[in-house]
Design a protein around this ligand. Structure first.
Ligand code: CO
Length: 215
């Protein structure tokens, strides 16, 4: 643990060297333009991936980047970000090879988390995305990772928080991205939704594109 505190001091000093008033300014307020909803996976650090500093990204992470309508934690983050911080973009970001998605695809029994991952199994059911018998599950896992992002984008858009924001005329776009741990790059899955009317057509197009890529 000592090492972590030492690294913390080094980091704070490096930031201050670059901008002596950085922490002083930041302590007064936060005004991030983005809400990031991502996976808890240690290989997908939200700020680093998009090169943003503290103060620039509001973050919610859970296993398999889910937006579940009964999850008060996630909903509270979305509400606060949209209504009080007035973020302009909500980004749902999945990643290839997600352990949560893999566990769902492989029907693994891991304990308490199985209940959470039933939400991923729902995504599989909706799209009838199941492994074939040939053994290698890499493609189906990655396909479900992409399908899951699109489903979670729609789950964000369906909340009254987002619908009300759009009704008020708030400038707000919901995005679906996927990150590749293998090369560090993000891909936009084409579900960029700025109005409720966009939701269905963009959803269906994105799902069609994904399913075509994995034929
Ligand atoms: Co993951």
């Amino acid at each position: 643990m000592k090492e972590l505190f030492e690294k913390n001091v080094e980091w704070a000093e490096a930031v201050k060297k670059n901008d002596p008033t950085f922490f002083e300014q930041l302590s007064k307020q936060q005004a991030p333009e983005y809400l990031w909803i991502g996976c808890s996976d240690s290989r997908v650090p939200a700020n680093e991936i998009v090169g943003l500093m503290p103060g620039e990204l509001f973050v919610h992470r859970n296993v398999a980047n889910m937006v579940v309508h009964s999850d008060l934690n996630c909903l509270s983050v979305i509400q606060y970000a949209v209504e009080y911080l007035q973020v302009k973009h909500v980004i749902v970001c999945g990643h290839y090879g997600c352990g949560g998605v893999r566990a769902s695809v492989e029907r693994k029994r891991l304990g308490l988390i199985d209940n959470w991952l039933l939400n991923v199994q729902d995504v599989q059911y909706i799209h009838q995305a199941y492994p074939s018998d040939d053994g290698d599950k890499t493609d189906i896992v990655n396909q479900v990772c992409e399908l899951n992002v699109v489903e979670q984008v729609v789950n964000v858009c369906k909340t009254n928080i987002i619908k009300d924001a759009w009704m008020r005329g708030q400038d707000l776009t919901v995005h679906g991205w996927i990150y590749s741990i293998a090369d560090g790059l993000l891909k936009d899955l084409g579900v960029n939704i700025t109005h409720l009317e966009d939701m269905r057509p963009k959803y269906h197009q994105a799902i069609e594109d994904i399913n075509q890529r994995y034929v």
